[in-house]
Structure formats: C-alpha cells, structure tokens
Design a protein around this ligand. Structure first.
Ligand SMILES: [Zn+2]
Length: 644
C-alpha cells in the first residue's frame, strides 16, 4: 500500500473490522443481504399471528439459496407494530417467524421492531423503519457494517432505512407499493429472483472472474475521468484498483474536476485537458490542439489505458487519440460499436451506482481492489486542508481560510449551491431549512464556493454561520469532515461528504437516476419529488415551471432526515429507547405532523433536540462520522422482547 493510500480508519484503535475503511475478510461488494418480511419474503397478511397463514412469495426459497451459495449471509429486518397494538402476542410472533425460518431459513439474524407508529407530535423509536436502527443492528449482529449490506423490501420505508444506514437498497414492488416509492427507490427489481441477479452482479465486481488470462502487473497505466468534481470522486475506488496493479498511474482530468483529482489516492501524476466531447460548454475542436494532446499522451508512455465515463458520455474519441499516441491496450464502457479502438469493450446494466460502474470496468480490464481496500470513496489525508479554527485567516491563494468562527464538531452543514442549476434547491427553501434546523437545536454552517457569497448570505440569514465564497474544495472537505451531516443537492460536495464518511441529506433533483448518483456507501436520506416531470431528462436548467422536484421540500422533512442520520441510532445497540425522548423540550413546541410521506415518516416531530454527533470518538480528521461500533454482538432489546 502506498503512503497516500493509508486510511486513518485503518490505524485507529478500537474500531472493529467491518467499519468503513476496514479490511475486508471476504472479496466482493457485500457481506449480507437483509430482507423485509411481509410483502417481500412472504405474502403480507396484516397483523398475522398464525403460522399456518405464512406463504412465501414465488421463487423465494431458490433466490435466497443462490445468495447463500455466493457466501452472503442473510437477515430479516421487520416492523411488527401488531405487538404494540395488541393484535398478536409475542408467542404468536415467534411462531410465525419460526415458520418463515422453516420455509426460507435459516437466517443469520432477525431484527424486529415491536413499536407502533408515534402519533402526531410523538417521537419515533430508533428501529421502526424508515428509521435505520434495525439495519445497524443486523449489520452489527453479522459482524459487518451497513455499507456492506443490501436491504430488499417492498415499500419506501425499507429503502429509506437502508439508505439512512448507508446500506444499498433494492425495491421489489407489490401491487400495494405506491408509484412515488418506486420512483424514489435506488434500484427496482420485478421480483426476488431479479433482485438477486442484480445483487450478485454488483457483489462480484470486487472479485472479478479470474478465468480469462490477464496481463501481469503494469508499469504505467493512464486512467481518464473528465467532467466535474463529483464525477472524479466517484471514480476514486476504480482508480485505486488500477493503482493496485500498476507501478504508476497518470490521471487525465478536466479543469472542472482538477481540484478533486488532486485529492484522490493512487494517482501519481495529473494531466489536465478540456475534452470538447465531454466538457458541458465546449469550445470548437482545434486540430492543432488535438495534435498537442496526442503528443502529450504519447509522452506519458502508458502501455495501457482505462477510460472512465458516465453512462451518457462516449469514451471513443479519447480511445482514438490514445491509439494515435501508441497506447497498446484500451478498456472502456461502450454501447456503441468501437471497431478496433477498444481491447476491452465493457457493458454495464443501467442503474448501477457510478462508483460500481467504474469498478466493474477496472475489474474487466483486470484490476481489482485489494482485499484491504474497502470499496468506498476516499481522499488523501495528506492533501486535506487543516480544519478552519476560530478567528484564523491565512489568505493563502486557493485555500483561503475563514475568519468566521466554526463551531465545535457535530454541526450541520447546508450547501445550497450546485454545479448545475436544475439540481439546486431554491434559496428561499434552503433559508427555511437553515431556520428549521436551528430551531431544532442544531448549529448550522452554510458553505459555498467562490461566487456564491450572495447565495450563502441569503440562506444563512440570522440562524446560520455563513462560510460562503471562501471555501476551496480541500477546505470544504475539512469543514464537512467535522459535521454531523451535510444537507446538499446532487452536486460535488455530496460526494465529498461520502469520501469523508459524513452522512448526507440529499435534496435530489431526479434529472438523473438516484441509484447512479446517490452519495456512495454513506448514510443518506433522499428528499424531493422523485416522480417530478424533470425525471431522467438530464436537464441542466429545470424544464418544469416552479422547479417542483425541490421547491416542495418541507424544512421539517430535513429536520426529520437529520434525526434518521443521528449517530445515536447507529450506536444504539441494545437500546430500544425512543431516541426522540433524548433532549426533547429544550426548545420549540411540538408541531402538527405533516401529511405522512411514507419515505420519511416515523417520529416526525422531534422539536428542540440538541445537535448530534458531538460525543467522543465521533469525529476524526478524515471520515468524520466516525462510526464506532460497540464491542460485542448485542441482541436488540426489541428482538429480545419478542422472545427470539
Ligand atoms: Zn422500534
């Protein structure tokens, strides 16, 4: 491992294996697949207390056995509010679960929430989905981390719980699943068998098929990823995979992604060049300029190139130039016929997360992430700016410090800007979000790049700390790394948060697929109308009057999303204590619950809760969320209560 690839998590004592950045003891992307019970594994019989009425959905047994055969462990995570409502007894529930186990098991863990929905103004428990407590508890029981788990379920609450824990989600809709829930899901499969196909395809990215002969270790490999900050960051794991099989890696990036490219582990040299077939505002193609690029590419002397692109970009023009520069072996994703431009023409199913798509290309080219490198976004710790501290100002060009006072770690960052206007939440909505978060007891920091000072001043108002217009990318990474979570649209800083392990409230415009562009392997709650008319248009300015996909976000939804991402839900272990009870009453009166949005619902009112994430061990220089798993393997109180 290179010095620049050392992850501070791997050197931190007291973090059991399986956490982000920890060594994997198994190849592949996942360790476990978790299932919702009713409507997913077995037909939904409301409040069923009768084992004779348990009927598996078609193909369930075979689908589950395929996952077991692949070495994946299986668990069940299920809301059973019928217990709290007195619709069945704990003994009934145990018999029903035993019948499920008999027909489809054995399952390696069962995690059950026995609580009922809180009433209006009531505080939710930590475990009732969409809260992520059951996912955290299942991962802990299996000795892994939620980011190495997939949750398969049939409603939006399952997908929200998965995302809020950092797990992958696959929705298998039933006739009862609402269209909006289908639209919002990160991945959708028609049935369990199809879901298993998708999970296994993704799982095996980390363990490529060794059957075709592969060239040995390479001396110098050129990797290319043009476009913006976020595009470069999500390609990081794939670039690390290439770096693990090459002595030297040269990254060809564009001017918009340069700042992010400088932060990537595994890169030995950067070549910056604006490619007119990639750049969103391209100049004309200049033959002399192209000749200079070919000469520059030849000068690198790479014997191989791996060309990373988004699903709507073409790798072929660059492949042609690389052929002209004499590069012998070229790999890329291309649906278009490549002729002799590519040696490895890779194909990827639609909807795969961008980071996994890139990893799959690296694997197809013969480069796999080593077992000690967890497939998550990472930054070079040595390239990060020191955290801004109160009252300091260095004025170094491009890395300007802030004179504003940054609060103690655990604040919430709101980043209102976006590289693409269609993905920006309206400023007036962001301003109300800042106020609502402050009213709920959070310390709020508002960030923005150069040129965004008027925006951030407006959004920060009197409730937030305005750091707009003065944060370079590396300084922004340092600020975010000390946050409890980041509230942001689908833009570069969302991926920056993922790279420092900080949870994200994603105000996601559906112009591109969420499953491809969600913050990768970090706890995330999605907000915004996933079924708005701009869906999958790739529009850069919103084509729909009023920008309804994001303008309809209610600030109280953001406050609730921040609650779902609270460390105390993750760390809850054996506690089934409603987290909303903690600190309630320090400000604000309970408000009336909004009409339920099933995606984010439980415990909708938690007024006055103090800011999260300030506990010991919660923050480090990189990877600020600092997920610290309790030692041991506690059974949840909720499961214990029902006799399992
Ligand atoms: Zn619960």
């Amino acid at each position: 491992m290179r010095n620049d690839q050392v992850d501070p998590h791997q050197r931190r004592p007291g973090v059991p294996r399986g956490g982000p950045g920890e060594a994997r003891d198994r190849p592949g992307l996942f360790d476990a697949v978790l299932f919702d019970r009713d409507g997913t594994l077995v037909y939904d019989v409301p409040y069923n207390g009768d084992p004779d009425r348990v009927r598996p959905v078609p193909g369930a047994r075979a689908a589950l056995d395929r996952l077991r055969a692949a070495g994946l462990r299986l668990g069940v995570v299920t809301n059973q509010s019928g217990l709290a409502r007195g619709r069945f007894t704990a003994a009934d529930l145990a018999r029903v679960n035993a019948r499920v186990d008999e027909l489809l098991g054995p399952f390696d863990t069962w995690q059950i929430c026995p609580h009922a929905d809180p009433g209006p103004g009531g505080a939710g428990c930590r475990c009732r989905k969409p809260a992520p407590g059951l996912v955290w508890d299942a991962a802990r029981a299996l000795g892994t981390h939620p980011t190495r788990c997939v949750l398969v379920g049939d409603i939006g609450a399952d997908m929200t719980a998965a995302g809020a824990a950092g797990a992958s989600g696959v929705l298998v809709p039933t006739p009862a699943t609402r269209a909006a829930e289908v639209a919002a899901a990160p991945a959708v499969a028609a049935d369990l068998n199809t879901a298993v196909d998708l999970i296994l395809w993704r799982h095996r990215l980390g363990a490529p098929d060794p059957s075709p002969p592969r060239p040995g270790r390479r001396r110098c490999v050129l990797v290319a990823r043009s476009d913006s900050v976020g595009d470069v960051l999500v390609t990081g794991p794939a670039i690390r995979a290439v770096a693990a099989g090459a002595d030297r890696v040269v990254l060809l990036c564009g001017p918009r992604g340069r700042a992010a490219a400088e932060l990537l582990p595994g890169v030995d040299e950067l070549v910056e060049w604006a490619l007119p077939w990639i750049d969103p505002q391209p100049g004309p193609v200049d033959p002399a300029e192209m000749a200079r690029l070919v000469a520059r590419l030849a000068e690198i002397g790479a014997e191989e190139a791996v060309l990373f692109t988004s699903f709507h970009q073409s790798a072929l023009p660059l492949a042609l130039l690389l052929r002209m520069a004499g590069v012998a072996r070229i790999s890329a994703v291309s649906d278009d016929y490549p002729g002799s431009l590519l040696d490895v023409r890779h194909r990827v199913p639609p909807g795969i997360p961008e980071a996994e798509r890139a990893l799959s290309l690296a694997a197809a080219a013969g480069f796999a992430l080593p077992a000690d490198d967890e497939p998550r976004l990472r930054l070079r710790p040595d390239r990060l700016a020191p955290a801004p501290t109160a009252g300091t100002a260095t004025g170094r060009a491009g890395d300007t410090d802030t004179a504003a006072t940054l609060p103690e770690p655990g604040y919430v960052v709101v980043h209102p800007g976006s590289s693409v206007p269609a993905r920006a939440c309206p400023p007036e909505v962001c301003a109300r979000i800042v106020e609502a978060l402050a009213d709920a007891g959070h310390r709020v920091v508002v960030t923005g790049g150069p040129g965004e000072a008027p925006l951030t001043a407006r959004v920060a108002g009197r409730s937030g700390i305005d750091l707009g217009g003065q944060t370079s990318l590396r300084r922004l990474a340092a600020i975010i790394s000390r946050a409890a979570c980041l509230v942001v649209g689908n833009t570069g800083p969302a991926h920056l948060a993922a790279a420092v392990g900080v949870p994200v409230v994603s105000l996601f415009a559906p112009t591109v697929p969420f499953g491809q562009w969600a913050p990768f392997r970090v706890p995330t709650v999605r907000l915004g109308a996933a079924d708005a008319a701009c869906r999958h248009t790739r529009a850069t300015t919103c084509p729909v009057p009023g920008h309804p996909c994001l303008s309809g976000i209610e600030p109280r939804q953001v406050v609730e999303a921040v609650r779902l991402l609270d460390r105390r839900i993750a760390d809850g272990g054996g506690s089934a204590v409603p987290i909303g009870e903690v600190g309630v009453g320090t400000g604000g009166a309970p408000r009336t619950a909004a009409p339920a949005e099933r995606g984010v619902r439980a415990g909708a009112d938690v007024p006055g809760r103090p800011a999260a994430g300030t506990g010991p061990g919660g923050v480090s220089d990189v990877g600020g969320h600092g997920v610290v798993l309790p030692v041991g393997d506690p059974v949840t109180a909720s499961a214990a209560e029902v006799g399992r």
